[in-house]
Design a binder for this molecule. Structure first.
Ligand code: AP5
Length: 218
């Protein structure tokens, strides 16, 4: 059973890896960022409340995120396992998650900040199918157009430099303390998330395939 959390700063490649790995393992990829962006696009009450926080690069209030997370991992397709991408983001969320489900592994994606900023400002996404591209490292076949459905690609509002700076600061202050939280529980597996997406995928599989209990000191 894979009940896995991907922990790492914005732009570390969590979504890119989760999308491929979830298909390979046949488990669900639960991205709280994607769930929130869908709520914003659908203009639901939750989406309207989340929108301003997200644009500014701040965390959305815990109660809102916990509600959508709980609803999503209670669906039958999450019984075979899941990858949580972008949740938990602070200590109260980690404690709430522990009360909902046990975890098998927490993968920490390690990337220097200067690489993160470049990856984020160069990211483009498809507003229809949410496929993620990068103008440098993973461009679409035709400039500005999604390979899958031909939709024009857009930049996420929170990938503008000002919001990126806030997101990195929020990560350092609120999310990074979770590394110690999970290390002390014997769940943390750090991986080097620099280099090509394929190289990162190989390190990720090695970390997931390690026998239980063989935890990296980090
Ligand atoms: P969310 O959508 O979760 O954003 P994030 O955690 O900031 O992560 P990103 O999606 O920016 O990065 P990623 O690590 O997935 O990188 P990716 O694979 O795309 O959250 C957005 C907002 O929602 C938050 O700021 C907050 O407001 C709210 N929110 C979400 N969850 C919340 C929670 N639990 N509590 C409260 N609020 C919450 O890769 C980035 C780029 O790099 C792409 O262009 C990609 O193509 C490229 N790339 C990937 N891997 C490589 C590689 N190896 N080499 C070169 N380029 C690469």
């Amino acid at each position: 059973m894979y009940r896995v959390v991907f922990l790492g700063p914005p732009g570390a490649g969590k979504g890119t890896q989760a999308s491929t790995l979830s298909r390979q393992l046949g488990i669900v990829h639960v991205s709280t960022g994607d769930l929130l962006r869908s709520a914003v696009a659908a203009d639901t009450p939750l989406g309207r409340e989340a929108d301003g926080h997200m644009r500014a690069g701040r965390l959305v209030p815990d109660a809102l995120v916990l509600k959508i997370l709980h609803e999503r991992i209670s669906l039958p397709d999450a019984r075979a396992g899941f990858i949580l991408d972008g949740f938990p983001r602070n200590l109260p969320q980690a404690e709430a998650l522990a009360a909902i489900t046990p975890l098998d592994r927490v993968i920490s994606f390690e990337v220097p900040s200067r690489v993160l900023v470049d990856r984020l400002v160069d990211r483009r996404v498809c507003p229809r199918c949410a496929t993620v591209y990068n103008v440098r490292s993973h461009p679409p076949r035709n400039v500005g157009v999604c390979d899958r459905d031909g939709e024009s690609l857009v930049q996420r509002p929170d990938d503008r430099l000002e919001a990126v700076t806030t997101r990195l600061k929020v990560y350092a202050e609120q999310t990074a303390p979770l590394l110690e939280y999970y290390r002390s529980r014997g769940l943390l597996h750090p991986i080097d998330a620099t280099g090509s997406a394929e190289a990162v995928a190989r390190r990720l599989r090695a970390a997931l395939d390690k026998p239980e209990g063989s935890v990296d000191p980090g």
